[in-house]
Structures are given as structure tokens and as C-alpha cells.
Design a protein around this ligand. Structure first.
Ligand SMILES: Nc1ncnc2c1ncn2[C@@H]1O[C@H](COP(=O)(O)OP(=O)(O)O)[C@@H](O)[C@H]1O
Ligand SMILES: [Mg+2]
Length: 305
């Protein structure tokens, strides 16, 4: 099993869109179960994207907000409910890419597409009061998130876990990095975004070194201009993954209906193909699930797309 955390210093850089796209790409390419977890208790972008039906969301037995609010002694019951929910919903690897969201409208499920499971940050229709959770103590958060992680991944045969986090590295985001093989620090071409990404990189490294965890961090520049695409090969030496170009179509899409990211047509979009052929191509090599393309292959020059 492999675990990836998407985080950032600054908000709005594309973590949720990239996490969801990568989840779909990995599920499709590796034909496996992928668990996407919404750790952004404040904005809960992934939850809003994946659970458009408020009634359906309300019926789900488990959310991260509920889990983190509970005292230790009350958690097993909630985890048990999660286990039941995940096991019930596991269609176990049918290859059809039919959209589960629409097919099962009305019956609550964590499985939003075949093999793609999404755990919501909150099941309430209104934005929950998460302020008490904002100051979660780091060691306690690492412990609690670790228990959730162990429980979820032993309830369901998952090959990949992807954490989508809140901007600015709160204790939940930091805790996620301690469970990860790889942290993707997403940034835009913007001074504040770059500087906060660098701080995030250092903070994550210091924590993981102290706890003797082996996660590796990479920068992932998103929404980049053609001039940065041209310069991107130089950044490779500084732990940068292939950058993702600015895409006006995807920006417009998010302005109207984020659910489209889980629909069939999204796989044919230029954005999806860019993330698949550039980012996943490189990530898969780093994670050891693919071999690097040979020098003669057009894919070896990933940084120019
Ligand atoms: N490559 C891209 N090109 C254009 N717009 C993008 C790109 N990636 C993300 N966006 C837009 O940026 C906004 C924030 O994306 P989101 O995934 O919610 O970011 P975050 O989770 O980091 O806050 C959305 O409107 C989204 O459509
Ligand atoms: Mg987000």
C-alpha cells in the first residue's frame, strides 16, 4: 500500500482537483482500490465535490469531523460504523467505469466511482464548527489519524490512500505526512505560494526526521505559464515534479460544477491527460510501480509535455 499527501502553504493552488484526478488516474491505471480522505475540515472541498446529494451525505455513518470530536473511548463505535459502510460499499474491482454517484443516488456510499472511495470531512449540510479542531495537539492528532488510517485500510483492501489537506499545514496536515510515503507540496507561480511551500517542505522534513518516518516531499507547481514550463527542467534537481499547465477549461469547470471531475468525460480532458502523462508518470517511477521510459520514448522528456 502507498500513501500520498497533498498539502500547500497557500490555499486555492489545486490540491483538491489534483488529489481527485490522481485518485482516478491511479485507480484506472493500477486497477486497484483508492481511498481519498478529506482532511480539510474547514473548506471541505473534496467532500463538496464528491457528495452533491445532501441527503446522501447526511446518511453516511462516519466523517473525520465526528471522529476528531469524539473522546478516545467513543471512537471504536464510530470506526465500526465506518467499517460496515466501507465493506457494504465495496464492489470489489469490477472494471466498469460507470459512475456510481448517479447509479446509486439515494443510497449512501463512500464509493463514488468503482474502486474510488472518498471519506468526507463532515457529513453536515452546513459548514460545521471546526474551530475547536483547529488547535488539535500534534501528538494526539498523529495518534488519532493513525488509528483511523489503520482501521480504514484494514476494513477495505486499498492499494493507495490519498490525503487532501487544508492549506497552511495545521496539525492534521502534518499528521498526514507522517503516514505518507510521499508528500506533494502544491504551489502556484506566486511569491507567497513559493515561500510558504518552502517553509512547508522544511517543517515536514523536520517532523518526519524527528519521528524517524521515511516520507519524501516533492514540489508540484500547478497552473503554470508556458515560460515556467520551459524552465521546469532546471527545477527537477530541486525536488520538483513535472509542472501542470494553467488550464482555462478546468478553471471554468470548477466555477460551475465540480462533480464533473468524477464524471466519465473528465478522463478525456486535456487536464486529466496532462496529470496522467506528466505527474503520474513520474510519481509511478518514484514510487517504484513503473520503470522509467527509455530515452527514445517521447515520455522521457516529461518536463516539456
Ligand atoms: N491547472 C489549473 N488550471 C487552471 N485552474 C486550476 C488548475 N488547477 C486548479 N485550478 C483551479 O483553482 C481553483 C482551486 O482549486 P482547488 O483544487 O479547490 O484548490 P485547493 O484545494 O488547493 O484549495 C479551482 O477553481 C480550480 O479549478
Ligand atoms: Mg481543497
Amino acid at each position: 500500500m502507498r500513501t500520498i499527501t497533498l498539502c500547500s502553504g497557500k490555499g486555492g493552488v489545486g490540491k483538491t482537483l489534483l488529489a481527485t484526478s490522481l485518485g482516478r488516474i491511479i485507480q484506472r491505471q493500477e486497477k486497484c482500490n483508492v481511498l481519498l480522505v478529506d482532511l480539510d475540515l474547514s473548506v471541505r472541498g473534496l467532500t463538496l465535490l464528491a457528495f452533491q446529494n445532501k441527503y446522501e451525505l447526511d446518511q453516511l455513518p462516519f466523517s473525520l469531523t465526528d471522529y476528531f470530536y469524539l473522546e478516545d473511548g467513543d471512537q471504536p463505535e464510530l470506526l465500526h460504523a465506518l467499517h460496515k459502510g466501507l465493506v457494504q460499499n465495496n464492489s470489489n474491482g469490477e472494471e466498469s467505469q460507470e459512475i456510481t454517484v448517479q447509479a446509486t443516488a439515494g443510497s449512501p456510499t463512500y464509493e463514488r466511482l468503482d474502486g474510488l472511495f472518498i471519506i468526507p470531512s463532515s457529513t453536515e449540510n452546513e459548514r460545521p464548527d471546526w474551530t475547536p479542531l483547529h488547535h488539535l495537539e500534534l501528538n494526539e492528532t498523529i495518534d488519532k489519524l493513525g488509528k483511523f488510517y489503520e482501521f480504514a485500510t484494514s476494513s477495505l483492501p486499498v492499494d493507495y490512500v490519498i490525503f487532501d489537506t487544508q492549506a497552511g499545514l495545521g496539525s492534521l496536515s502534518l499528521a498526514a505526512t507522517t503516514l505518507s510515503d510521499m508528500n506533494l507540496i502544491v504551489l502556484e507561480e506566486d511569491d507567497i505560494s513559493w515561500r510558504t511551500a518552502l517553509n512547508a517542505f522544511m517543517e515536514i522534513s523536520t517532523l518526519n526526521k524527528r519521528l524517524q518516518r521515511k516520507s519524501h516531499s516533492y514540489f508540484l507547481a500547478n497552473k503554470v505559464s508556458s515560460s515556467m514550463l520551459d524552465a521546469a527542467d532546471k527545477l527537477k534537481a530541486f525536488s520538483f515534479l513535472p509542472p501542470v499547465p494553467f488550464d482555462a477549461w478546468v478553471q471554468k469547470l470548477f466555477a460551475h460544477a465540480t462533480i464533473t471531475v468524477l464524471e466519465n468525460g473528465f478522463e478525456g480532458s486535456d487536464f486529466f491527460k496532462q496529470v496522467e502523462s506528466r505527474v503520474w508518470q513520474e510519481l509511478a517511477v518514484i514510487l517504484g510501480v513503473r520503470q522509467r521510459a527509455t530515452e527514445n520514448s517521447p515520455r522521457s522528456s516529461w518536463w516539456r509535455g
